[in-house]
Design a binder for this molecule. Structure first.
Ligand code: NAD
Length: 348
């Protein structure tokens, strides 16, 4: 075994069906008197229902994807005007992203109630977008003080969002397995996260109300979030960040790019590929991942989610000019080829 450094983050997790009933107890534990509730417009009614009877000073229900700076500033202003002492983010990575944006400048505690599988609630990573790019960073201030995982809140997550969001979580695990600063503990979580998610997602696609599968998927997404909380991400995430800056939807982009990024790293990350293959019960990890996505009915081509062919070269250039550490050297020509394959949805 190689030497390694392992950092554990202070995380409080309340997990299980019906656990959202403990939100009041979590607010009490932090001494919260005036919480700001965050949600997307579509989830406003259910978020309000969850928070009924709790000390809510106001609701910001205009959350959108990728935390645009102007809207994040508005949310910060609302928090200040309300004299809020905590943010409760009920929703997916976008909603949690707004909580983090507020925490970043104010230090305000965040309680996250995730309703997708993005894993953002477990990380110190924040992201704010402006024009065609997204600035990201890590700051312990943005890590939620408590996370409530209640699979009952995910029962109505539509099949397509469940599948794409689940693949986003699997992508965290895959990159953690070959991260330059990975370690055996994170690898255990990563392999188990891939196993739990890849077994649960096909069941969810058939029956969204399957509480047992929903519970397993949320468990997997928790592990996935843990894996990227302290290890670095590599080429796959770099490409998705670049493509996110072009306005592509986050989770679907992860899903489409993942088998191709794995294929790029395949020979340079042999042990990681073996662990992925074992977790998804496939012979070949990149091809098995591609086939899992096909079974989930996910879009398979970047062309189908809004990328313009003319943008391929620009994306490859940005990703290879300032690469994240990656098992295989990141070079323009093979990265462009990777993107072309993802654009056309070719089988690895
Ligand atoms: P999302 O939060 O944008 O949610 C997608 C849609 O699903 C939204 O319309 C939302 O209202 C809806 N939704 C959420 N929960 C639902 C439910 N239970 N039932 C029905 N509809 C529901 O999507 P996402 O993929 O969770 O998050 C994407 C964002 O998260 C991106 O901005 C990404 O950069 C960020 N992210 C950040 C990290 C991090 O560590 N900082 C990690 C992963 C993702």
């Amino acid at each position: 075994m190689k030497s390694f450094v392992y950092t554990g983050l202070p995380m409080r997790v309340v997990f299980g069906a019906g656990s959202v009933k403990q939100l009041g107890a979590e607010l009490d534990r932090l001494g919260v008197k005036r919480a700001l509730l965050l949600c997307t417009p579509g989830r406003a009614e259910s978020a309000r229902a969850v928070a009924k009877g709790l000390p809510i000073a106001g609701v910001f229900d205009r959350v959108v994807m990728h935390t645009p700076l102007a809207l994040a500033e508005e949310a910060r202003k609302v928090a200040t005007e309300l004299k809020a002492d905590c943010c409760i983010a009920i929703g997916g990575g976008s909603t949690i992203g707004f909580g983090k944006a507020i925490a970043l400048t104010s230090g305000m505690p965040v309680i996250a109630v995730p309703t997708t599988y993005s894993g953002s609630e477990m990380t110190t990573i924040w992201g704010i977008s402006k024009e065609n790019s997204k600035q990201t960073g890590r700051d312990p201030k943005v890590l939620p003080k408590a996370v409530i995982y209640d699979p009952e809140l995910t029962l109505d997550l539509p099949a397509n969002i469940s599948a794409a969001s689940g693949m986003n979580a699997i992508a965290h695990c895959v990159e953690a397995l070959y991260a330059h600063d990975g370690n055996p503990i994170v690898s255990l979580m990563a392999e188990e996260g891939i196993r739990a998610l890849s077994a649960a997602l096909p069941k969810i696609i058939i029956e969204g109300m399957d509480l047992s599968a929903r519970t397993d998927a949320l468990y997997g997404s928790w592990l996935a979030g843990c894996t990227i909380s302290t290890t670095s991400v590599a080429l796959h995430h770099k490409l998705c960040h670049v493509l996110g800056g072009f306005g592509l939807p986050h989770a679907e982009t992860h899903s489409i790019v993942l088998p191709h990024a794995m294929q790029y790293n395949r020979d340079a990350a042999d042990e990681a590929m073996k662990r992925v293959a074992r977790a998804i019960e496939a012979v070949d990890a990149p091809r098995g991942m591609y086939e899992l996505e096909q079974r989930l009915g996910l879009p398979m081509k970047l062309a189908d989610i809004g990328l313009k062919k003319d943008d391929l070269e620009r994306a490859a250039r940005i990703a290879s000019d300032a690469p994240y550490p990656n098992p295989r050297k990141v070079e323009y020509a093979p990265v462009l080829e990777l993107l072309q394959h993802a654009y056309e949805g070719r089988r690895p």
